[in-house]
Design a protein around this ligand. Sequence first.
Ligand code: TYM
Length: 333
Amino acid sequence: MEKKIFSGVQPTGNLHLGNYLGAIKNFVKLNNENQNECIFCVVDLHAITVAQDPKKLKDNIYETIATFIASGIDPEKSIIFSQSRVSAHSETAWILSCVARMGWLNRMTQFKDKAGKDKEKASIGLYSYPVLMAADILLYDTTHVPVGDDQKQHLELCRDIAQKFNNDFNVNGFFKIPEPLIQKNFSRIMSLRDGTKKMSKSELSDLSRINLTDDKDQIINKIKKSKTDTLLLPSSNTDLEKRPEAKNLISIYSNLMDVNLDDTINKFSGKNFSEFKEILSQVLVDKIIPISSEIKKLLKDKNYLDQILDKGQERSNKIASKKLKKIQEILGF
Ligand code: TYM
């Protein structure tokens, strides 16, 4: 069966190893499978749910597009575009916000995390953000959505919204119910400073993450300084349960090398961390430096990136505006 793939990444700077291993690496794999139709979106409307400096946002949009291409997404084969340029996304989000229920959104843990203690001061956009995400996905009749584990709840909400719309307007099957594609073992890459916290762009300490634009010395230094415990590397998976930092580093190695966790555990069992960290740094340098060099090269050619954005806009707008027209007919507009 042909899969229709859609996913998005926020252009908020500091794209990191978590974004790469949890999502972008999977985008590349799906892009390379012949039967798939893939759409990858720079979700700049999602980015403005928190304050952004317009100049930096523009740079970050270019950087996200460059990261997609540098990681191996082929812009001829897949559609790469920016969300704000296709107005059907915002229009559909409004319509779907009249379908989604407050009770559903109140359960979203990411809003609670991001809004923090002072919910009153969070933007309304931050609250209704998963509804815009549902619009992104449903406009393209998406069948599969590759994401990291942190987006699972938003996808469940998207499925609920699609189902309710289909039921309310008696249009069974109009919105396809999308399946999440979340990797089983390594769907959440953790901070290098605290193995219980997700690796994230917003974490203050840059030492907590490997950025996709880091150079060799930065990568080596961050792995050297990454938090570990004083024990040797474990001999079984169960030994990892109470050792989140060890588990994270072993998961990163396994994901980068495309091997399973047990094989990595067997390979390094009984070794000390300094030896393992040296090998892990080398693997990271081998995988990340070609991407980071390519990002830097692409960023020097804004004309090329503008062409990608123009073409992506044209291709995605064709699909999205057609679907929106049907939505409007269903509603009686
Ligand atoms: P965003 O920009 O926060 O993250 C982009 C992708 O990276 C994954 N990710 C991680 N995976 C593993 N470990 C981590 N530490 C880690 N950090 C981030 C995220 O799960 C995501 O897949 N709401 C989305 C963007 C979005 C979207 C969409 C996604 C908007 N519309 C439609 C899919 C379909 C977000 O903020 O991702």
